[in-house]
Design a protein around this ligand. Structure first.
Ligand SMILES: C[S@@+](CC[C@H](N)C(=O)[O-])C[C@H]1O[C@@H](n2cnc3c(N)ncnc32)[C@H](O)[C@@H]1O
Length: 155
């Protein structure tokens, strides 16, 4: 039986999206994960989860300089397969209808997600991490070091 991931569930409400967007967002790379379907992704990444690779596009690779001094990073990514028009949502795991801004669902007007990840290794234009929950090929928006008292720098 086929499942429509865009189907509206009981209690949900969609709004009309504006026909113009004005944030000049730049994708700076892609995230590679073992997850090829949404159903395979964890609801939240865990730092003992599978190894994932963050690939940085060529113009931005120098931007990794100094990141090796940190054990953790915050990753911002664009949930490119999420619908964007729900103001009320009924998540599959419990069906309870909630406002979009009371949820960490990928479905939001600007489908930006965040995860705190453990940095495992850094190379030329890539960072291997654990702690992501997104599909393979998810566009990367930003990467920043996590200043974390209980997690000292790696070197
Ligand atoms: C609940 S969100 C949490 C995201 C992030 N950790 C946060 O809290 O902002 C994670 C879910 O988004 C879905 N997902 C993952 N990658 C996606 C993508 N590229 N487009 C749309 N949905 C995605 C999967 O169902 C996954 O379980």
């Amino acid at each position: 039986m086929s499942h429509d991931p865009y189907a509206i569930r009981p209690g949900e409400r969609a709004v009309t999206l504006p026909d113009r967007v004005d944030a000049h967002l730049v994708f700076i790379g892609r995230i590679h994960t073992p997850f090829t379907m949404r159903a395979e992704c964890p609801r939240q990444g865990r730092q003992d989860g599978p190894l994932c690779r963050i690939e940085i596009d060529a113009p931005w690779r120098e931007g990794l300089k100094g990141l090796e001094g940190f054990a953790q990073a915050e990753v911002l990514y664009w949930m490119h397969q999420a619908r964007r028009d729900l103001v009320l949502q009924s998540p599959k795991h419990n069906g309870e209808t909630m406002g979009t801004f009371a949820l960490r669902s990928p479905v939001r007007p600007n489908p930006i997600s965040t995860s705190r990840v453990a940095i495992v290794a850094i190379g030329e234009g890539w960072v291997d991490v654990r702690g992501l929950d997104c599909l393979d090929g998810t566009p990367l928006i930003d990467l920043k070091p996590e200043h974390c008292a209980f997690s000292p720098p790696r070197n």
